[in-house]
Design a protein around this ligand. Structure first.
Ligand code: 26Q
Length: 828
């Protein structure tokens, strides 16, 4: 009906038209009406905002149409619950999905606006720590592209992951003010609000109809307000919704307090409410004692579930009994697992469903993904804290546990140990709630994120649950979106691929296999190598601009980018670098292959050893880069503030991808996939998804080294003595001695001792045990590099064989095996 109104139709043209004229007109309109600027005085932020709104105008149409479609369809909707989303910059990605990058570039050129400068200017929403948050963003991209109705629910942190600066080799954390200049991609929904209870106590009573009831009398209420961001599918004319919650005060001023003159007391409540979604927690902090983190989680799940119920009940004839038919909820790790008792509370207390009905709906709706085996990373909430903040949920968790353990005892009448392992409550020391156990009990499906990880979950962390419910377990190997990580980040390689085989690969990554015959074509090899060289030059320019280090794009680019963690073993890489340095210094190498060692990644602010590893890398870099005996053959550089935006210059420039975690610790790893797609060869252990990448690309096209999981366990079983490794290997001893004795720290032999001592005395991540094998694999890298045609052939094959690692495949697997959902046609 709206379209028949002539005024609206005319208006719509400027705001939705894809021609140059309409884009330019809308851009100038937005500059004027939204920024109140004319071009002569506009600054880069004005231009960025105006352009983003111009793009948003064009995507809203898709978004609103999809929303209407999803509302009217009976199709099941996926709700992805995640405390983290690492979306990355939106402008370029949205233009690519709409297919209007060329027009927009041209329009900007004609208006004299530097489009690339706007891309560079755009801040990114870094609402995550690393892999888990980025996976959620890749999944949102694939869900939209596959036309699966989906809502991503999460938290809109005012401060995302900190910005990393490097000062004198040390990491310095700066606050991430990503919202400071406004966020054109989100829409605040002041009417989509939920008041969330905290604290207080419960009362059990019998109501007028003689029913047993529980009411929760909270001590505090906080309001969750929805902020929506559209997630466009790639060239499908539809979009999904990312709905993030912000905490606000229920009343901005506590009037009672105000009236008795306590003005500051009144404002304090506003502040204590709003603090809840202020900042993303780093992933090193033990959950225990972090009341704020618990309130973040509860705010998110309570608002999200109540929002889903609100949407569901809008459809005439729908009741809560069909809730699980309408929605499949995926819990991204245990962070949103409070959703299980919260849904029970809503169904039992607010809607008076019987326990068994409520429990059936709950378990049919939820499924759970585990992302880590590390014992220290399992979420545990101390019961006193939990009970104080969520008294009703504490009762429900006990009831769930009571019923669950009764079933367990019936099945295993005399297995006391088993019962205590399965219990939702950890009774050792301070009693605490085991979130992973809660997630397993409340879900009908449980998955790991790589074949090896799922296998290890079954064998160790969740063994007792696997024994109980083998049918609940499955593997869903992670994937990454090729739209961002190949097409957007590496336009030159994408163009080369498309020129040779068309662009079907952008929708179906398995099509890349068609590159295989070209791998031995020497003309194609040359073009491939030229693209790689240009990408390396592009990265080298940024490094020179940021740190003054000059890199030669003809050298091998060896890249190690990911969060800094001992299990990921950046220090193993350093030991190789130091050994190489020593060999060169001692004149032992006759024909060195020149190499650039690049590192990037953030260390959790409280993780001192990880921060010391950053300092070590920078200290080694300083000595090597200025030593004329070696600096014609090797350089080392730290790329500060590794994030989705920086990554776009890094992945396409990699020759070699370092994936060297100790076997059994990296659940999956997704960086390996992004790098291999961009034609990097991997040097990697038999850990996480590395094994699957090796199997896909072929073991001849992959540098594998180190112990496998069984060897790691065997060595631990017989007693691992890291000093034995040093006894056996003089190169290793020399490298460690050089670091320990202050060669890289201006003679300060104390600086790196915490690292070298921990390697020599414990070496919990078996760095020294894998050293010799790593050095051998690195020698193989050098050997292959001397044959550049062979290297390029393998590089092409790596890209060609990464089809499996598209997150489209992962999402299809979830749809089929767990969510039971199928695509809904919206139509362009
Ligand atoms: C927990 C409690 C309190 C505060 C923070 C946290 C917290 C936050 C984030 C714990 C863990 C995380 C993130 C974990 C993560 O990113 N895991 C990675 O997930 C990837 C996607 O599945 C895998 O590829 C990686 O192997 C895994 O390390």
């Amino acid at each position: 009906m709206l379209n028949t109104c002539p005024m609206v139709a005319e208006h719509t043209d400027v705001r939705t038209g894809l021609g140059l004229k309409e884009i330019k007109r809308d851009f100038l309109d937005n500059l004027f009406y939204l920024q109140a600027r004319f071009p002569e005085v506009a600054n880069i932020n004005d231009f960025y905002q105006a352009l983003s709104y111009t793009v948003r105008d064009r995507l809203l149409e898709h978004w609103v149409r999809s929303a209407r479609m999803f509302k009217n369809t009976a199709a099941r909707t996926v709700c992805y619950f995640s405390a983290e989303y690492m979306l990355g910059p939106q402008l370029g990605a949205n233009l690519m999905s709409l297919g209007i990058t060329a027009q927009v570039r041209q329009a900007m050129r004609e208006l004299g606006v530097d489009y690339d400068a706007l891309l560079e200017y755009e801040p990114e929403p870094g609402l995550g720590n690393g892999g888990l948050g980025r996976l959620a963003a890749c999944f949102m991209d694939s869900l939209a592209t596959l036309r699966i109705p989906a809502i991503g629910y999460g938290i809109r942190y005012e401060f995302g992951i900190f910005r990393q600066e490097i000062h004198e080799g040390w990491q310095v954390e700066c606050s991430d003010r990503w919202l400071a200049n406004g966020n054109p991609w989100e829409i605040r929904r002041p009417t989509i609000i939920f008041d969330v209870n905290f604290g207080g106590h419960t009362e059990h009573y019998t109501d007028d109809d003689g029913r047993y009831r529980v009411r929760w009398l909270p001590a505090q209420q906080v309001r969750g307000v929805a902020y929506d961001t559209p997630i466009l599918g790639y060239r499908v004319g539809s979009a999904n919704l990312l709905r993030l919650w912000v905490a606000e005060a229920v009343e901005s001023f506590d009037l009672a307090a105000f009236n008795i003159g306590d003005y500051y007391g009144a404002v304090a409540d506003k502040i204590s409410s709003e603090v809840i979604t202020k900042v993303l927690y780093p992933n090193d902090e033990p959950a225990a004692g972090k009341a704020l983190r618990l309130s973040q989680q509860y705010l998110m799940v309570s608002c999200s579930l109540r929002d889903m119920i609100r949407i569901h009940l809008q459809v005439p004839g729908k009741t809560l009994h069909d809730l699980d038919e309408k929605y499949a909820v995926q819990l991204n790790d245990t962070h949103p697992a409070l959703a299980i008792p919260e849904l029970m509370r809503i169904l039992l207390d607010d809607h008076l469903l019987p326990w068994d009905d409520a429990w059936e709906i709950t378990t049919k709706m939820f499924s759970f993904t585990n992302h880590t085996l590390l014992p220290e990373a399992q979420e545990l909430w101390p019961l006193p804290l939990f009970r104080k903040m969520l008294p009703r949920h504490a009762e429900l968790v006990f009831e769930i546990n009571y019923r669950f353990l009764n079933d367990v005892r019936l099945r295993y009448p005399s297995a006391h140990d088993r019962v205590s392992h399965l219990s939702l409550i950890d009774e050792y020391g301070e009693k605490s709630l085991r979130m992973a156990n809660l997630a397993c009990v409340g879900s009908h499906a449980i998955n790991g994120v790589s074949a090896l990880h799922t296998d290890l979950l079954k064998r160790s962390l969740l063994h007792d649950f696997y024994d109980l419910w083998p049918e609940k377990f499955s593997n869903k190997t992670n994937g990454v979106t090729p739209r961002r990580f190949l097409q957007l980040d590496n336009p030159a390689l994408s163009q080369l691929i498309t020129d040779n085989m068309g662009d079907e690969w952008t929708r179906n990554l398995d099509e890349l296999r068609k590159l295989e015959p070209l791998a031995t074509d020497s003309a194609f090899q040359q073009e491939w190598a030229a693209v790689k060289r240009n990408n390396k030059a592009r990265l080298a320019d940024r490094v020179r601009r940021d740190s003054g280090i000059i890199l030669d794009p003809d050298w091998l680019f060896d890249i190690h980018v990911k969060r800094i963690h001992e299990y990921k073993r950046q220090h193993l890489n350093v030991l190789h670098i130091v050994s190489r340095y020593l060999s060169l210094k001692q004149g032992k190498v006759t024909d060195p292959v020149p190499r650039v060692f690049l590192f990037g990644g953030k260390a959790a602010p409280g993780y001192h050893k990880a921060k010391l590893i950053i300092k070590l890398i920078n200290s080694v870099a300083e000595v090597i880069n200025r030593d004329p005996d070696v600096n014609q053959y090797m350089h080392v550089a730290y790329l500060p503030n590794f994030c989705v935006k920086e990554a776009q210059f890094i992945y396409p420039a990699a020759d070699l991808s370092e994936q060297i975690s100790v076997a059994g610790k990296e659940a999956s790893g997704t960086g390996i996939m992004k790098l291999a797609m961009n034609g990097a060869l991997t040097i990697g252990t038999r850990d996480g998804a590395n094994l699957e990448v090796r199997d896909e690309v072929g073991k001849d096209n992959f540098f594998q080294f180190g112990m496998d999981v069984d060897e790691v366990h065997a060595l631990l079983g017989k007693g691992y003595h890291p000093r034995d490794m040093v006894e056996l290997n003089s190169a290793l001893r020399s490298a460690l001695d050089l670091i320990a004795n202050g060669h890289f720290s201006g003679g300060n032999s104390g600086l790196f001792r915490p690292l070298t001592d921990s390697l020599l005395n414990h070496d919990s991540f078996m760095v020294l045990a894998d050293y010799a094998s790593y050095i051998e694999a690195q020698a193989d890298v050098d050997k292959l590099r001397r044959n550049s045609a062979e290297w390029t052939r393998k590089s092409i094959l790596n890209t060609a064989r990464t089809g499996k690692f598209s997150s489209d495949r992962t999402i299809r697997d979830y749809c089929q095996d767990i969510w039971q959902v199928s695509p809904v046609e919206v139509g362009i």
